[in-house]
Design a protein around this ligand. Structure first.
Ligand SMILES: C[S@@+](CC[C@H](N)C(=O)[O-])C[C@H]1O[C@@H](n2cnc3c(N)ncnc32)[C@H](O)[C@@H]1O
Length: 326
């Protein structure tokens, strides 16, 4: 999973090119950085999924070149300040284990650039891919007039939805006032103040009787046991954005129980649950979740329409029975 637009750099920097101990071109510097990151055992997954792309992103930023433009600059000679800047940022990445997105204060999502800092998780939701496809064939794109991004964090999904559905008003809800400050920065940067409304809300709590044609959510979904074993990079992210009870389903289960009351007839709910998919299917074995497939074959985002939520109401609203082990 990679969000930073680096595809061209990957294919241009062939593995036969050797990293240079004293890089003199951008290409040599990217390969030098790749080796440093790889040998240091850095974890990827916050915008890029490998050492070469991560190095290219960091080096590009140090020399002032956007990821998508880096390929044409690979043979450019380096000056001393570019070299020092790139070495510094790569060393910071290794020493602090902070995701590159926090060091650079930028993230890429659905082809768009976002401001990020430690108040929000680094955007990487698989939902981005489905937003770009306008959730086809599941909803008539022309009928999406009112959308909700629940658990909006940086506002990345809300902004991408507003871009994909230009006629829609979008509510961007999060319980965290700090996250909403970041969302506001991104809504402003994309010129969407008139169409994307940040709202502080505990899930649907502050949304009153609002109904939506589309509800998307990348809620916290990491189970307690998994949280403890995550690599150092994840510990720089807000725990509120990751942790969701013993089985990772606290937020998703509440969303499933309440979404019906906030969807229009024919509306759809789309929720990412990551590694908690298995726990969700165990909790609701008879509920027919539709699992969407990403280009890379991942299936951890489910879709359910309003009619199905109504049919499953009794099951989805039944309190979880926890066996008494005394
Ligand atoms: C996994 S992050 C997703 C952020 C963003 N949508 C994205 O994909 O990058 C989950 C977000 O849910 C928020 N959150 C956690 N509990 C919440 C709750 N009860 N109600 C609303 N938002 C909540 C967190 O503050 C965090 O911003």
């Amino acid at each position: 999973m990679a969000n930073v637009p680096m595809d061209a750099v990957q294919s241009t920097l062939t593995m036969s090119t050797k990293p240079h101990p004293q890089p003199t071109t951008v290409r040599q510097l990217v390969l030098w950085g790749e080796r440093q990151l790889r040998e240091a055992g850095v974890t990827f997954g916050h915008g890029t999924d490998n050492a070469l792309d991560e190095s290219a992103w960091l080096v590009g930023s140090a020399i002032g070149v956007a990821p998508a433009d880096l390929e044409s600059q690979l043979d450019r000679p380096l000056n001393a300040s570019h070299l020092a800047g790139a070495r510094h940022i790569i060393e910071m990445r290794i020493r602090t284990r902070k995701p590159a997105a926090y060091l650079l204060r930028e993230a890429w999502f659905a082809g768009l650039r976002f401001y990020v800092d430690e108040r929000v998780i680094v955007p990487r939701s698989l939902i981005g891919e489905f937003v770009l496809e306008e959730f086809q064939p599941w909803i008539d794109a022309g009928r999406v007039r009112h959308a909700l991004d629940l658990c909006t964090g940086s506002g990345c999904i809300a902004v991408a939805v507003a871009r994909a559905f230009p006629q829609a008003q979008v509510d961007a809800a999060d319980i965290s006032a700090e996250a909403l400050e970041v969302a506001r920065i991104n809504i402003g940067a994309h010129g969407l103040e008139a169409r994307v409304r940040p709202i502080q809300s505990d899930l649907f709590g502050a949304l009153g009787g609002e109904r939506y044609d589309l509800i998307v959510s990348n809620p916290p979904y990491v189970a307690a046991g998994e949280l403890a074993s995550l690599p150092a990079e994840y510990r720089h992210e807000p725990e509120l954005a990751l942790a969701s009870g013993a089985d990772g389903l606290e937020a998703a289960a509440r969303i499933l129980a309440q979404a019906e009351d906030h969807l229009t007839s024919g509306g759809i709910l789309v929720v990412e649950v990551g590694n908690s998919r298995e726990a969700l299917e165990l909790r609701f074995p008879l509920v027919p979740f539709v699992w969407l497939t990403t280009r890379s074959g991942d299936e951890s985002v489910f879709l359910m329409d309003q009619a199905e939520l109504v049919r499953q109401r009794a099951t989805l609203r039944k309190p979880l029975e926890i066996p008494d082990c005394r």
